[in-house]
Design a protein. Structure first.
Length: 277
């Protein structure tokens, strides 16, 4: 069965109540897990960038916006308790080594490598040493970048799954290149999922399932008009429900590839083949 991840990211806008509402929508829709992002903003960005102008609900600089949208350890503690209460796994894509180390205390089941971090070898090595099932996004990357990442995870015998993705927000449908799912699976002999940034609920994502994707990850929100870079490529609750419904339908109709005579065929078999008996 296809594993479906709801990428909350920073769509919560630093508000724990919004985060809980998105989690509720994911649970109600039938998602298998939800994911957040964690960054040490002061370390991964330059002061010049952080001091640059950006008007947002929280101020007029990149620093004000990015710091406000980051959850504190106290807030992640609350997320941990809430997800346990709702019985849905949660995990995080960390953008720096310090954040990855901080998140270890939650003993999460999964790890995630964001496309932006695919070439961060130090971070990849630390994640791989944890030996948790890791989803590895491959946007903005060349095949040689993916090869280096796969080598790191295989060296540490860490289970992983590649996620084919296009890192534009929102993605143009003609750039989806879903045939790459089977190409990656053949080349690296591993499961390959799809992390979608397209507009709309399910057309591209369900096509990815038909192409062999073992996991689907989509950004989710309760309201696309909220502030945030990812909102335009996110699904609202109705779209979330439609996505899960369509994927589960495909799970059912794809079958197992074994040829058999179905019980439902027997009456017609008896009727239509009697001429040969």
């Amino acid at each position: 069965m296809v594993f479906i991840i709801g990428e909350i990211g920073t769509n919560h806008a630093g508000n724990i109540n919004i985060a809980k509402k998105i989690i509720d929508a994911a649970v109600d829709s039938g998602f298998n897990a939800v994911k957040f992002q964690k960054k040490n903003v002061e370390k991964i960005y330059t002061n010049k960038f952080l001091d640059s102008y950006l008007e947002s609900p929280w101020g007029t600089t990149q620093r004000e916006m990015r710091l406000y949208r980051e959850f504190s350890n106290k807030q992640f503690n609350e997320i941990d308790k809430y997800c346990k209460k709702k019985k849905i796994p949660w995990f995080v894509s960390c953008w720096d080594v310090d954040s990855q180390i901080e998140m270890k205390k939650f003993k999460l089941k999964y790890n995630k490598i964001a496309s932006a971090m695919l070439i961060h070898e130090k971070l990849l090595k630390i994640v791989a040493k944890e030996k948790k099932h890791t989803f590895v996004s491959t946007g903005m990357s060349e095949m040689k970048d993916i090869e280096k990442a796969v080598k790191i995870f295989r060296k540490e015998k860490c289970p992983f799954e590649l996620l084919h993705t296009n890192s534009s927000y929102p993605m143009k449908n003609n750039e989806a290149n879903l045939k790459l799912i089977s190409s990656l699976a053949k080349k690296f002999k591993c499961n390959v999922g799809y992390s979608g940034h397209e507009k709309g609920a399910s057309f591209v994502s369900t096509a990815a399932v038909i192409m062999g994707a073992t996991t689907i990850e989509r950004h989710i929100t309760i309201d696309r008009t909220l502030y945030g870079h990812d909102q335009a490529a996110s699904l609202e609750p109705e779209g979330m429900r439609r996505l899960v419904r369509d994927i589960r339908m495909i799970d059912e109709i794809m079958g197992d590839g074994v040829k058999r005579i179905w019980k439902s065929e027997l009456p017609n078999m008896k009727k239509l083949r009697q001429i040969f008996t």
